[in-house]
Design a protein around this ligand. Structure first.
Ligand SMILES: Nc1ncnc2c1ncn2[C@@H]1O[C@H](COP(=O)(O)OP(=O)(O)O)[C@@H](O)[C@H]1O
Ligand SMILES: [Mg+2]
Length: 341
């Protein structure tokens, strides 16, 4: 049995930890280049591929799902597999998927022409949350306070469209991270983000504008945090993310609470339940709470930041037993896949 790993040296890639785990446990693996045209040939003698592609990789977004599916057709195992990744960075896809399995998704609306969108805007209540289908760290998420706000967004969605990266919002987040924790890394990151306000990134040039649809969710008020639960097979771990000051958005704030007593068990239970229905290997769920205190999902994602979860104090199993020990998400991904082989 031979595994293939697409290695990249970014600090937030799962791949470094996959390589470490294989070396430590004498699991035979080779490094492959998923971007190469002969990737199928490279994988000829391998049983499984591990590739942590992410939403800021415009190249991967063009073919990762297609490659994964094709490998599955050849009988290869993949992490992430199709069930796990087809809806990644695709909030529109997630709307249909979560509705299909009766998951408690925040009521979500999507329109593909101006007229239908306008007619809905006339009838609905405000505020609503407007999102682009792609994006992370809340950069493409904002409130439409009024009907007029919503109409403006509709016109832009079916007009000049939206950049996939809100550069000013990105800078504000990096600047606030530096204000909270003044060190050379946060300063460098903030400087870089400032420079980027004026120069479009390669990502934006390659991805083009986002347009031709509009996505809204009901605004679930009075949440000054969200709860993020991640399931990997029969294990789940979680954290609480506080919202930016004076803002309803938690993801990307960098303000994280790790103690277990902050996590509502119902979120863990829903996450296990939905992951089982979806047949996913790794899924992160963002939860907010409605006015009656019930958890609702706002979005899901197979990938997550590597470092942010290292401080989790333990994990649950599928029966919701708690294990207070170091979590090893990347190791678990390999362990689970080995079992399936
Ligand atoms: N419908 C909603 N009602 C209230 N808050 C929301 C809603 N949707 C998202 N949020 C808040 O905004 C944040 C970002 O939204 P999310 O859909 O998770 O986008 P991203 O992919 O950028 O993380 C969430 O972490 C949550 O705090
Ligand atoms: Mg999120």
């Amino acid at each position: 049995m031979v595994l293939a790993i697409h290695y990249d040296d970014s600090i937030n890639s799962f791949s470094g930890r996959w390589v470490e785990f294989c070396k430590k446990n004498s699991i035979e693996f080779i490094e492959v280049d998923c971007y190469a045209s002969d990737i199928l040939e490279q994988l000829h003698d391998c049983d499984a591929l591990f590739w942590n592609w992410n939403n800021s990789d415009y190249k991967a977004k063009k073919f990762a799902r297609q490659l994964v599916y094709s490998l599955e057709m050849m009988g290869k195992k993949v992490f992430p597999n199709s069930n796990t990744c087809w809806h990644y960075d695709d909030k529109v896809g997630q709307k249909y998927l979560l509705e299909a399995v009766d998951a408690p998704l925040v009521p979500t609306y999507v329109f593909y022409d101006k007229e239908s969108a306008f007619s809905w805007v006339e009838k609905t209540s405000f505020p609503k949350v407007f999102k682009l289908s792609s994006g992370a760290g809340a950069v493409n998420v904002k409130l439409a306070y009024t009907k007029e706000d919503a109409k403006k967004l509709v016109r832009q969605s079916f007009g000049k469209g939206f950049s996939q990266l809100d550069r000013v919002a990105s800078f504000e987040d990096k600047f606030n991270a530096w204000m909270r924790d003044k060190n050379s890394t946060t300063l460098r990151t903030a400087f870089k983000a400032f420079g980027r306000i004026f120069i479009p990134t390669e990502f934006e040039n390659m991805e083009g504008k986002e347009l031709g649809y509009i996505y809204f969710q009901d605004f679930i008020p009075n949440n000054d945090f969200d709860i993020r639960v991640i399931t990997i097979g029969n294990r789940a771990f979680a954290l609480k993310r506080m919202c930016r000051t004076g803002d309803f958005r938690a993801s990307g704030s960098g303000m994280i609470v790790y103690e277990k007593e902050h996590i509502d068990d119902r979120c863990v239970s829903i996450a296990f339940d939905v992951s089982k229905k979806l047949g996913t290997q790794s899924t992160a769920y963002d939860f907010v709470f409605d006015v009656d205190g019930n958890p609702l999902i706002v979005e899901i994602s197979y990938a997550f930041s590597v470092l942010a979860y290292d401080k989790c104090q333990g994990y649950w199993d599928a029966e919701l037993n708690w294990y207070e020990e170091e979590i090893k998400p990347q190791d678990w991904m390999i362990e689970d896949l080995l079992v399936s082989l």
